[in-house]
Design a protein around this ligand. Structure first.
Ligand code: ADP
Ligand code: MG
Length: 466
């Protein structure tokens, strides 16, 4: 039997500068993702764009390569590109990706302007000049009104996760920002869904946009969906049984309500799982800590509602669990799309009570598929050892403000402390703290050695999170 070859679109098909292509290769970006292959040729040719694709499909590079190609001589100081994002986390992720993609060019300044952060340092950075601004609509508008952000030299406006920004009530702010941009510009709008407000935005602020939609959202083989019928009272217990049976390293468990999040978190923690919850009551620092611990693999399960989990970009998610079936088939698609990212396989487990069967029917009809069901009784613990994450997170007091760099922490751990670089995972540096993932078995020792020794020539306070 022959299989249909997957169409491969190397980045070399595009009219990009050789240095940019070389940088992409270095980043391991060889072939374009489907949304990139569909949108980049149009956008690089100068068209406005409305692009619809799910989270994790590579939208950032799809617009970042365009705004970088649109940059005029790098000596110019003014802001030439503006990306609006719904949240600070997304803005940080986008800025990070834009910086990586911009490495080929010299001296490109990328600045984030988000609410919740103090305004004074932002004013100072704007004084210094930025070429690309990534920010949330409210704060960007604030800077426009103060005249600290001038957009007369802007040539690219990007609305990222536009549906989410509309959900958050940003329509008017986005409209005001768009009106402050020069009429001669390229506008790119990205959205996972297509509610009415998107058409309204597009009509008012885009010029003859090309539409790109990728509705065959998942290669069906990459995400394995399995359904289990449960009684209401066994629902949360079933989550623990799924974890014991499949033993995924990272699982995102979706609940329909906050109360269910709390109940599930309590049950999982009581059973000895390393679990955290993401909900609206967390302040920004707590939310950052939860996300960092989950992304660096020191937390097995993240329990969240759809609202709390929106826009998260976490690679390597082995499993998604629908603790309850969502009535909205589109939400179901988004939930399970969190697993099986660009080049990894994933599991999507769904727990359904008899009362929820009609929702399952709707989802099946929507996806044109018949789902696989397994009896709950087949789930047996696969090991006597409890499921435990491979890493643990150390929090070091001292971050960007102290000019902490990843190399300083790595140096301290592999130098006098004597650990192997292989035992150290992701290092995240925030304003006031640095978080470093280390193999779980060495966490306490590593914290002791860091406390006893020096980082960047100073003694530091360190604690193991969790
Ligand atoms: P989205 O904005 O659609 O949610 P992202 O732009 O955040 O998705 O991309 C998801 C992940 O895929 C990121 O980790 C990114 O580095 C990676 N990625 C994007 N494009 C490619 C590519 N062409 N090849 C390999 N990895 C890619
Ligand atoms: Mg994105």
């Amino acid at each position: 039997m022959t299989s249909t070859p997957t169409p491969d679109h190397p980045f070399t098909e595009l009219q990009l500068a050789p240095a940019t292509l070389a940088n992409l290769t270095q980043l391991g970006y060889v072939s374009m993702t489907p949304i990139q292959a569909a949108s980049l040729p149009l956008a690089l040719a100068g068209h406005d764009l409305i692009a619809q694709a799910k989270t994790g499909s590579g939208k950032t590079a799809a617009f970042a390569l365009v705004l970088l190609a649109n940059l005029r001589a790098s000596g110019e100081r003014g802001v030439q590109a503006l990306v609006l994002c719904p949240t600070r986390e997304l803005a940080d992720q986008v800025a990070h990706e834009v910086r990586r993609l911009a490495r080929a060019e010299e001296n490109i300044k990328v600045l984030t302007l988000c609410g919740g952060a103090p305004i004074r340092p932002q004013l100072a950075s704007l004084e210094h000049g930025a070429n690309i601004v990534v920010g949330t609509p409210g704060r960007v508008l604030d800077h426009i009104s103060r005249d600290s952000l001038r957009l007369d030299g802007l040539n690219t406006l990007v609305l990222d996760e536009a549906d989410r920004m509309l959900d958050m009530g940003f329509f008017n702010d986005i409209a005001s920002v768009a009106r402050a941009c020069p009429i001669e510009r390229q506008t790119l709008l990205f959205s996972a869904t297509y509610p009415a407000g998107i058409a309204q935005l597009a009509q008012q602020f885009l010029r003859a946009p090309k539409e790109v939609k990728l509705l065959e959202q998942h290669a069906p083989t990459k995400i394995r969906q399995v359904f289990f019928q449960v009684d209401r009272r066994d629902r949360l217990d079933a989550v623990a049984r799924l974890l014991d049976h499949y033993r995924p390293v990272s699982t995102l468990a979706f609940c329909n309500t906050r109360q269910q999040c709390r109940d599930l978190l309590a049950l999982l923690q009581e059973r000895g799982f390393v679990a955290l919850a993401l909900h609206g009551d967390l302040d920004q620092v707590e939310r950052d800590q939860v996300l960092i611990q989950f992304a660096n693999r020191s937390c097995s399960v993240l329990v969240a509602t759809d609202v709390a989990a929106r826009g998260l970009d976490i690679a390597q998610l082995e499993a998604v669990i629908n603790v309850e079936i969502t009535p909205d088939p589109e939400i179901h698609i988004h939930r399970i799309g969190r697993t099986g990212r660009v080049d990894a396989d994933g599991w999507a487990f769904s727990l359904a009570t008899m009362e929820e069967m009609h929702f399952v029917g709707r989802i099946e009809a929507d996806q044109g598929a018949q789902f696989e069901w397994q009896p709950l009784a087949d789930l047996k613990p696969q090991s006597r050892k409890p499921l435990s994450p491979p890493m643990a997170t150390l929090q070091i007091l001292g971050g960007r403000r102290e000019k902490m760099r990843a190399g300083d922490v790595l140096g301290a751990l592999t130098g006098s402390a004597g650990f192997d670089a292989k035992q150290i995972g992701k290092i995240n540096i925030n304003e006031l703290s640095t978080y470093v993932a280390v193999e779980r078995s060495i966490a306490n020792l590593a914290a002791q050695k860091l406390t006893a020794g020096k980082v960047k020539g100073r003694t530091v306070k360190v604690r193991v999170l969790g």
